[in-house]
Ligand binder design. Structure first.
Ligand SMILES: Cc1cc2nc3c(=O)[nH]c(=O)nc-3n(C[C@H](O)[C@H](O)[C@H](O)COP(=O)(O)OP(=O)(O)OC[C@H]3O[C@@H](n4cnc5c(N)ncnc54)[C@H](O)[C@@H]3O)c2cc1C
Length: 389
């Protein structure tokens, strides 16, 4: 494993940092306050050619690895954009991995270029109100039409960017649970148009990241052509699993960036704010939690890079990707909490941004998988303990 960036990776990070300078931290505060999608930022990332960073070159992407994508997302988040910036483009970066890996050449040619060029936005519709983390128990149905294609009906919850998305990658059940050998069978994946005449998109008002919407979807008779099915009927769960590790690595990198942003603000404030005749950062009670937050973030970042390196080398990385997601999200939370306490009353003021970062850091903690489920995974798969649920 390499602990230093290559020249190309350094150049990538420099280019992203320079792009982010056009979107200073106040931009993100305003987007949050207005609850407005950061279209200008999305356009800028697309124009600079970064939306396709991990997409195949044949479709106009840069064909780079998850390591480069993670460096990019960490840099964006660390600029002060936090999850507001990262989530605005997250789906573009690796969300369509199942299409890249399991789609036909015709599907890749049809679906990937509009996403890479920023002409289309996509959302990812897996979570359901009655299934939660128990994905195989999802109930959105895909019923085959006699003349070909499918009709979809059901409900999804928490679907991010559905207010602005043109298409959705959606996991459905096409064979009843009772009729399949294993619950993971009988699920089918589609990448299809988000036809708002058949899908009601209702926004959920939430704690943070107001700039990037999350929604309930009420799907009623959405017709989906055969050409929009990804891979084989009934094997959707396998395809989704394939993209889970990279998704966790990216979220972890975003969390590290967010924690760094909070820590930077806190350290600067602690050096400048004078109370009792000295900078507050001269008190170890203020300095030590920040030093610990830095160490936790760096340790988490190493695990992010280890997981990314393994993934790019084609090696198993489930334990590392899950661990990176867990450690990074917890470290980001710790950094945000201590940043707020360092700033005292000003930690509570929007002007200083750390309150927004704290609200946003719950997202990598909760999604796409909870800390408890990661602990379950490590206990069972790494330590060989009996399954608890
Ligand atoms: C801001 C935001 C954006 C999101 N964006 C998307 C998106 O774009 N697309 C999408 O599909 N989903 C999205 N999600 C959904 C997210 O992935 C889920 O919220 C997450 O997977 C948890 O599912 P749940 O909320 O149904 O929790 P539940 O499954 O109801 O679980 C609730 C709690 O119980 C715990 N729990 C449950 N079972 C066990 C067990 N066996 N052992 C220990 N603990 C257990 C969980 O760990 C969790 O803490 C988003 C969520 C948020 C908050």
């Amino acid at each position: 494993m390499n602990f230093t960036m290559t020249d190309d990776q350094r150049a990538l990070v420099d280019a992203i940092e320079s792009l982010c300078q056009d979107f200073p931290i106040d931009y993100w505060r305003e987007q949050d306050e207005k609850a407005e999608f950061p279209h200008a930022f999305h356009r800028a990332v697309a124009a600079a050619g970064f939306l396709g960073i991990a997409m195949p070159e044949a479709q106009g992407g840069a064909g780079l690895g998850i390591t480069e994508a993670a460096l990019m997302m960490r840099t964006i988040s660390a600029s002060g954009a936090g999850m507001s910036g990262a989530s605005a483009i997250h789906m573009n970066i690796f969300g369509l991995n199942p299409v890249v890996v399991f789609g036909t050449e015709a599907q890749k040619a049809r679906f990937l270029p509009p996403l890479i060029e920023g002409r289309e936005k996509a959302c990812f519709a897996v979570t359901e109100p009655d299934a939660g983390l128990d994905t195989t128990h999802l109930k959105t149905q895909a019923v085959r039409r006699p003349g070909g294609g499918y009709v979809l009906s059901g409900r999804k919850i928490w679907i991010s960017t559905a207010q602005v998305a043109d298409r959705m990658l959606i996991l459905t059940r096409s064979m009843p649970l009772e009729e399949v050998g294993k619950p993971t069978q009988g699920l089918t994946l589609f990448y299809t148009a988000l036809d708002r005449s058949k899908v009601e998109v209702r926004e959920i008002h939430k704690l943070g990241r107001a700039a990037v919407d999350s929604n309930m979807l009420f799907i009623d008779g959405l017709e989906v052509p055969e050409e929009d099915r990804i891979g084989e009927d009934g094997r959707g769960f396998e395809y989704i699993l394939h993209g889970m590790n990279p998704e966790r690595i990216l979220i972890a990198a975003e969390a590290v960036g967010l924690g760094r942003a909070a820590l930077r603000i806190a350290a600067q404030y602690a050096g400048e704010r004078v109370v009792f005749g000295r900078p507050i950062g001269q008190n170890q009670g203020v300095a030590h939690p920040l030093a610990r937050a830095w160490m936790n973030l760096e340790a988490a970042d190493l695990m992010v890079m280890k997981a990314a390196t393994l993934y790019d080398a084609g090696q198993p990385c489930g334990a590392e990707a899950n661990t990176a997601k867990y450690l990074a999200a917890e470290a980001a939370h710790d950094a945000c909490q201590n940043a707020i306490l360092t700033l005292g009353g000003m930690g509570y003021a929007k002007e200083y941004h750390v309150e927004r970062l704290l609200r946003e850091c719950y997202i990598p903690r909760i999604a796409p998988v909870s800390p408890q489920m990661i602990l379950n995974f490590v206990a069972e798969r790494v330590l060989g303990l009996p399954k608890s649920y």
